[in-house]
Design a binder for this molecule. Structure first.
Ligand SMILES: Nc1ncnc2c1ncn2[C@@H]1O[C@H](COP(=O)(O)OP(=O)(O)OP(=O)(O)O)[C@@H](O)[C@H]1O
Ligand SMILES: [Mg+2]
Length: 395
């Protein structure tokens, strides 16, 4: 058990003693796989990572991060997490933006800050803000009624895509609306309405991770292609096979956005390439699934980079270490079985770097990933797919 204890004390603002020999204390809201892999990087830097966990069996806690039990929905739990930490950062989006604003007003150092984080928390706010700043975004509208959806469809045609403004991830919260009746069914379950977009003719999905440090220093990782199934990211291929000028545009856009949004830490930008445009889909201000390949594939992993950036330390090189890097996610199979029972078979695939997150298996849940480095993308992808399917129980 953690020396920090579990429940918040009676005086949540009392500062816990600084752990001896820690180079810094980073508090992270959330204890999932991103916190777990951040902890892995924190160990090497002598950083104490302290996570806010809902339970003591969450992935980062099981990996040995120090922790406080609590909820991101309770301001006092966030205060207790922050007490004595050099900086507070996040492994997810699910924190009330008003709590973040309150913490900031109290002088708690957040990285990213509340205003920047909102770009990843609220898809409607982000669409407006990106458009206002001059970034290319899909046509969009906010709809609370069936009539509003029908009006948008009159302009853009069916089917439409409707998205919950807040709280969605891994495609949960993304709906294909085939007609007015479908729109009404979905709207009935969405208290905040839907962000509407045309169903875009996507040629390729791209993603890039950039880091911006508390000092303003910036670094861009290579441009990745992401492949989704059922609106969930399944594969990440690096470098994306796009023309050099397009890759440069993506990179410049992401670095500029990091400045415009005053990001501290990582910024992941997801983009759609359509036949005639490059559009910003959404952003995350934290380590991101599209950057897991950096653990083995780049000179500095995104997790270490995030720690360096939020602490205002010098950033590391983002150089890619092999001509081709492929990551394939391990997703819980339909029978609910546990991939860890099949680990040995996956490890027999040459070059497969297996990461398991220590999560309770459930169908459709991301439970791990496999990265393979190589000279050629298709071969690396084949090997990563082979190991991931063995873990998922196929083959
Ligand atoms: N307008 C659109 N047209 C076609 N496909 C779309 C559109 N919007 C989203 N998608 C598909 O759904 C996926 C998920 O959408 P989005 O990234 O907006 O949702 P999310 O659940 O927040 O994702 P994440 O898991 O990245 O947080 C996209 O990667 C894309 O494959
Ligand atoms: Mg997405």
């Amino acid at each position: 058990m953690s020396a920090l204890g579990t429940a918040p004390t009676e005086e949540p603002r009392a500062e816990p003693p600084r752990p001896p020999l820690a180079s810094a204390v980073v508090a992270m809201v959330g204890a999932g796989q991103l916190a777990r892999m951040t902890h892995q990087a924190a160990i090497a830097l002598g950083v104490e990572l302290r996570v806010l966990a809902g339970r003591d069996d969450e992935p980062a806690v099981r990996a040995g991060a120090s922790y406080r039990l609590g909820s991101p929905d309770r301001l006092d739990d966030l205060r207790a997490l922050a007490a004595g930490a050099d900086v507070v950062t996040f492994d997810h989006e699910g924190i009330d933006p008003e709590h973040l604003a309150a913490l900031e007003a109290e002088g708690v150092p957040l990285a990213p800050g509340a205003a920047a984080k909102l770009l990843a928390q609220d898809k409607l706010h982000a669409r407006h803000r990106f458009a206002q700043l001059g970034y290319p975004v899909p046509p969009f509208a906010h709809a609370r009624t069936q009539d509003a959806v029908v009006a948008f469809a009159a302009e853009h045609g069916w089917p439409l895509i409707g998205k919950a403004p807040r709280g969605g991830y891994d495609g949960r919260g993304v709906f294909v609306l085939d007609d007015a009746a479908a729109a009404a069914r979905v709207l009935a379950l969405q208290p905040d309405g839907l962000v509407l977009e045309p169903h875009l003719p996507i040629v390729r999905e791209l993603a890039i991770v950039v880091a911006r440090s508390a000092t303003g220093e910036r670094v861009a990782y290579p441009v990745a292609e992401t492949v989704q199934r059922d609106a969930m990211c399944r594969e990440v291929l690096v470098p994306a096979e796009v023309e050099a000028p397009l890759a440069a545009r993506v990179r410049d856009l992401a670095l500029r956005l990091a400045d415009d949004a005053q990001v501290t830490g990582l910024l992941a930008v997801e983009l759609f390439q359509t036949p005639d445009a490059l559009l910003v889909n959404e952003v995350a201000l934290r380590p991101h699934n599209s950057g897991h390949y950096t653990i083995e594939g780049c000179a500095t992993s995104q997790f270490e980079q995030h720690l360096r950036a939020v602490l205002g330390w010098p950033l590391g090189l983002a150089t890619q270490l092999a001509p081709a890097v492929a990551t394939v996610n391990v997703v819980g199979p339909a029978d609910g079985s546990d991939p860890t029972t099949r680990l040995r078979r996956a490890l027999a695939v040459p070059g497969a770097h297996v990461h398991l997150y220590g999560k309770t298996p459930a169908p459709g849940r991301k439970l791990g990933h496999v990265t393979v480095l190589g000279d050629e993308l298709e071969a690396a992808r084949r090997s990563a797919r082979e190991a991931a399917s063995l873990l998922e129980g196929d083959g």
